[in-house]
Design a protein around this ligand. Structure first.
Ligand SMILES: CC(C)(COP(=O)(O)OP(=O)(O)OC[C@H]1O[C@@H](n2cnc3c(N)ncnc32)[C@H](O)[C@@H]1OP(=O)(O)O)[C@@H](O)C(=O)NCCC(=O)NCCS
Length: 192
């Protein structure tokens, strides 16, 4: 895990952000549609916020706290979104987060990116679990989690407050299958 990865899929390249991406991030992440279904994206998205966010990525990665990658189109390099794994190393677990710019919704891009970064998380970083949660009012995100192979684990009623309203969160997760099989094998051996 020496450097942040560059991950290629059929239609996408997921690569580390550069400061030169800041204006594009401000435009896309600053849309009210992105704010409405997320908990940590500011609105209005003011000047300098994208630069500060991008500048935080290197220490996040090198301290083992996960990775944020720009979702770009393979065909022309256009940045269309962001995807990240935010790690809790003590538990060998990462939380998956993402947004895709509104003009690019509904093309399967987020699912493609989620599958790629989850593979990286399991095969390269060796997380035991990747988890995520979405607001109940955001079924598209739940669909992405399902299509990326995650299982619905539960519902947290009125878990968060956003703009004065309580929101119920739906929790998803996926276990690193190889590790799970290894653990099952150990348990079976102990049973004998
Ligand atoms: C959630 C988000 C990332 C999805 O990105 P995307 O690239 O459009 O996702 P995909 O195209 O891979 O998949 C979207 C799926 O949701 C489905 N969907 C869209 N709107 C839906 C709705 N209102 N109800 C149910 N399913 C819906 C789509 O039909 C598609 O499923 P399908 O392939 O079975 O038809 C995007 O909408 C977004 O950025 N939203 C704002 C930020 C956000 O909510 N981030 C996640 C926070 S948990």
């Amino acid at each position: 895990m020496k450097h942040p990865p560059i991950l290629e899929t059929e239609r996408l390249v997921l690569r580390p952000f550069q400061i030169s991406d800041a204006a594009r991030v401000k435009t896309l992440a600053g849309a009210s549609e992105i704010y409405e279904t997320t908990l940590n994206i500011p609105h209005p998205y003011e000047n300098g916020m994208a630069e500060k966010w991008i500048a935080s990525h290197a220490s996040q990665f090198y301290e083992g706290n996960g990775v944020n990658l720009a979702v770009t189109l393979k065909a022309d390099g256009l940045l269309i979104g962001a995807i990240g794994l935010h790690a809790t190393l003590r538990h060998q677990r990462a939380e998956l987060g993402y947004w895709i710019g509104v003009p690019y919704w509904g093309n399967g891009y987020c699912t493609e990116a989620a599958i790629a970064i989850s593979r990286y998380g399991f095969n390269v970083v060796n997380y035991h679990k990747i988890a995520s949660m979405h607001m109940q009012c955001n079924p598209a995100s739940g669909r992405v989690m399902e299509k990326a192979g995650m299982c619905k684990e539960g519902i947290l009623i009125d878990q968060v407050v956003k703009d004065g309203r309580y929101h119920t969160m739906i929790v998803y997760g996926i276990i690193n299958r190889e590790q799970r099989l290894a653990a099952d094998g150990e348990n079976a051996a102990n049973d004998v």
